[in-house]
Design a protein around this ligand. Structure first.
Ligand code: F6P
Length: 280
């Protein structure tokens, strides 16, 4: 596991350097020297693939950027699914973005997820790693990730991050979100899953939701690359992750790009979600 974490750390430093190149994001065709330039998400994908390929224990990788998984080493037992640069269009407007990693043992399914990690590229670069029941925060300083602290959620938070297009929400979902705001929750939604969930984790709690809705009945967020890794992180931090009715990590995955409605939060907010969705 340590080798995988080190490969993720090396990737994160290289991706941060790629983000910092001044003309990436503004022009996706050419850089200032007139050279053809890869889009930042494709570039991030290649960086991670290269770093993970050096870890002998990895059997297969699957990227949000690629249609199919790629076998690296038949004798490995670890499967890694990753979203190389989630919310990459936010780079163009200088908001935070992130990389997400799910580390599975033997198969790409929620029940086999053994560790999860994400990196936030914001004013600072931070990395959160969940494994063996603990969620640890690291900060990139002078080229190295330094351990900062363990992350724990409070039983109830104050932040609301409601994803999806309101026009297509079910009436009971809208009523539930309105009721949270009516009791003092504050809106915190950037449109980047990584910084939005990072804020909830570091501020002690709240609710991030991306429901099934009329335009997207199975939600938008991908199980293997986005939903499952954050589900493990929330559970290990003392929170919960549900699809409205069941634990997302108990869901089955038929295809690597399957999506799922999802709710990540502290126990109070998730109890409200289960009550509302249980009655609808
Ligand atoms: O999956 C990509 C993503 O950008 C997530 O990072 C984010 O939470 C979500 O989509 C935002 O979607 P929407 O704009 O529909 O709320």
């Amino acid at each position: 596991m340590i080798e995988i974490l080190e490969a993720i750390q090396k990737s994160a430093i290289r991706i941060k350097n790629a983000i910092d190149v001044k003309d990436i994001g503004y022009s996706q065709e050419q850089n200032s020297s007139g050279e053809t330039q890869l889009q930042l998400d494709i570039q991030s994908d290649l960086i991670i693939e290269e770093e993970l390929s050096c870890v002998a224990g990895i059997h297969t990788i699957a990227s949000e950027e690629k249609e199919l998984p790629m076998v690296l080493n038949e004798s490995g037992r670890i499967f890694v699914a990753f979203d190389p640069l989630d919310g990459s269009s936010l780079v163009d407007v200088n908001l935070s973005v992130g990389s997400i990693f799910g580390i599975y043992e033997g198969a790409f399914t929620g029940k086999k997820l053994i560790a999860a990690c994400y990196v936030v590229y914001g004013p600072r670069v931070e990395l959160v790693f969940a494994h063996e029941g603990k969620v640890k925060l690291y900060l990139l300083q002078d080229g190295e990730f330094e351990y900062v602290k363990q992350i724990h959620l409070e039983p109830k938070g104050k932040i609301m991050a409601p994803g999806g297009t309101q026009q297509f929400w079910a009436p009971y979902h809208k009523a539930m979100i309105d009721s949270f705001f009516a009791t003092g929750y504050r809106l915190r939604y950037s449109g980047g899953m990584v910084p939005d969930l990072h804020q909830i984790l570091l501020k002690g709690g709240g609710l991030f939701s991306y429901p099934g809705a009329a335009d997207k009945p199975e939600g938008k967020l991908r199980q293997l690359f986005e939903v499952f890794p954050f589900a493990l992180i929330f559970e290990m931090a003392g929170g919960q992750a549900m699809d409205g009715k069941i634990r997302v990590l108990d869901k089955t995955t038929a295809h690597v790009h399957d999506t799922s409605p999802c709710f990540f939060g502290s126990s109070y907010e998730i109890a409200v979600v289960l009550d509302v969705y249980g009655r609808n």
